[in-house]
Design a protein around this ligand. Structure first.
Ligand code: NAD
Length: 526
């Protein structure tokens, strides 16, 4: 039996159907689905559709491995995770090839993505103890007789559901941090990149002597739903907002906490004093790399009117020679195919809507949207009401509009229900502008830099989701705070007893007035 995922919009190009997955073929009678190369339609691998029972069994095994894993100390867990990151580094070409085959992105981009993920594994492993380990905290004057301590304990089993656009980097933001915090993980990769998910799980299994510490359950939406309702202790979802809502609803049944990392409509703001060639280079890359299929990619550009024409000339000049490879090759092409065939129609409709509403086509346009490949498209004077400005396009398109001031740029940037990331190019007031943008992350005078800084939390606001991966927040996200007080001596004012007398109550009132009854504010004390 073979399940169907949306097929490419055109027939596969003639050529070898050459599976590259190292996974053994599923047993007879097991429902399966195919992973296809989006550039050619060639078969990359055949994977089982994990049923609700399969998912439940994986979670049960994960519970056992979580007991072993959480009983190790931070240093022992770090040893395993750092070994894993070395294995991934040494096998990077193999991993990049699989990412390239399943997503269609250029090999070098796949290497970059996986490389950044490896850096995150190392950071999470090395910093877990410092962030989560047990520490004493001040008990305060009222409770001076208590020793207070705090530590962050792992939940147990974490479910991770991933997308296809960055099949290593994105789920690793949850997987590495959940593992470093002491959890085991059951991972449901996108149905477009099951081979990558299985490969990651297999390599960690090898490192930990066959223990099911990171298991991969492959399948479609139903398998993801089964993971949400399987009794995992936390669910980290990355994907579209529409699916995120379904995930939340399913997890709500059991009060399973969730992290939602959803889509965005990020802007890049260019001030009049910006380095224009650098801003154009960054906008072009952030808009077009990975064929625009980047949650934190640039989709809108707001440029100060004083330098608007110059900026458009500059980016148009730089975009010459940039093109998407057509099926069957394209030496020098830096843009791959659209991985998910159904997205092609979304991209076409956004570009068409912009043009219908009066946008100027500087490059590309509706005709640039092919069946598998979309050629770089630059539009200017795009009406803010068009879907090109309001919805996530997820294709190699940039909408560039002039603004009269940086206040207007911020206002337009924030006039969206999303709030994932963004960038600002300005010599004098970059950070000031960045702080006014309502989003989880902003790069000043570069793009996407925050994603490569492991100590910075990653996540959005509004319909871009909530919760954080990466950094100390990302480690804490996969734990619960455990607070302990230990009485060192009987308190002078014993309040938690029925033997409490009037004298004690009066004394308590007096102490409280002394501590908090004054009218001094922090400002007075400075
Ligand atoms: P998607 O929502 O279609 O699928 C994501 C995952 O959810 C897949 O594994 C899918 O099988 C699974 N799924 C589908 N139905 C489900 C259900 N009912 N219950 C549970 N799981 C279910 O998203 P996609 O197309 O794979 O990814 C692209 C989207 O992801 C874009 O919107 C992009 O912006 C977003 N994204 C966000 C981030 C971030 O960090 N914020 C990172 C990468 C991608």
């Amino acid at each position: 039996m073979t399940a169907t995922i949306p097929a490419p919009t055109s027939a596969p190009a003639a050529g070898p159907r050459r599976p590259v997955s190292s996974a053994p073929p599923p047993a007879d009678g097991v429902e399966t689905f195919d992973s296809l190369d989006p550039a050619t339609g060639d078969l990359v691998g055949v994977h089982p559709v994990a049923s609700a029972e399969d998912v439940a069994s994986a979670v049960e095994q994960a519970r056992e491995s979580a007991q072993w894993w959480s009983a190790l100390d931070f240093a022992e867990r770090a040893d395993h995770l750092l070994t894993w990151r070395s294995v991934l580094t040494r096998r990077l070409p193999q991993l990049a090839e699989l990412v390239h085959r399943e997503t269609g992105k250029p090999h070098a981009d796949a290497t970059l993505e996986a490389g950044l993920a490896i850096d995150h594994i190392a950071w999470a492993a090395r910093n877990a103890k410092k962030v989560l380990g047990r520490r004493s905290v001040a008990p305060g004057l009222l409770m001076a007789n208590q020793a207070a301590s705090l530590e962050y304990r792992p939940f147990g089993v974490v479910g991770v559901i991933g997308p296809w656009n960055y099949p290593v980097f994105t789920p690793m933001g949850s997987i590495a941090y959940a593992l470093a915090a002491g959890n085991s993980v059951v991972f449901k990769p996108s149905e477009y990149t099951p081979g990558v998910g299985q490969w990651l799980a297999d390599t960690l299994t090898e490192v930990v002597g066959g223990r099911p510490l990171l298991q991969c359950v492959t399948g479609l939406g139903a398998t993801g739903h089964a993971l949400c309702t399987s009794g995992v202790d936390k669910l980290a979802f990355t994907g579209s907002g529409a699916t995120g809502k379904k995930v939340m609803a399913a997890c709500a049944e059991t009060l399973t906490p969730v992290i939602i990392e959803a889509g965005g409509k990020d802007s890049l703001i260019v001030d009049e004093d910006a380095d224009l060639p650098a801003a154009a280079e960054a906008a072009l890359w952030a808009g077009m790399a990975n064929a625009g299929q980047t949650c934190i990619g640039t989709e809108r550009v707001y440029v100060h009117r004083a330098v608007f024409a110059q900026f458009v000339d500059e980016i148009t000049e730089q975009a010459k020679g940039l093109y998407a490879a057509s099926a069957g090759g394209g030496e020098g092409a830096k843009i791959g195919p659209i991985t998910m065939p159904s997205q092609v129609d979304v991209i076409r409709s956004h570009v068409q809507d912009a043009v219908d509403q009066g946008a100027t086509v500087v490059m590309g346009g509706p005709d640039a949207v092919g069946e598998r490949f979309v050629q770089p498209t630059i539009l200017t004077f795009v009406p803010e009401t068009s879907t090109e400005m309001t919805e996530e396009t997820f294709g190699p398109t940039l909408a560039i509009n002039p603004v009269d001031s940086m206040d207007e740029a911020v206002e337009r940037t924030n006039a969206t229900r999303y709030g994932l990331a963004g960038a600002v190019f300005s010599k004098k007031q970059g950070e000031e502008i960045a702080r006014q943008v309502r989003s989880g992350m902003t790069s000043v005078n570069s793009v996407i830099a925050f994603a490569g800084v492991p100590s910075l939390p990653f996540g959005g606001v509004g319909e871009s989701g909530f919760g954080r991966i990466h950094g100390a927040d990302g480690l804490r996200e996969f734990t619960y705070a455990k607070s302990i007080t230990r009485q060192r001596f009987r308190p002078l004012l014993d309040l938690t007893t029925f033997a409490r007398d009037e004298k004690t109550e009066k004394a308590f009132g007096l102490v409280l007035t002394l501590l908090h009854g004054g009218r001094k504010t922090l400002r007075d004390l400075r």
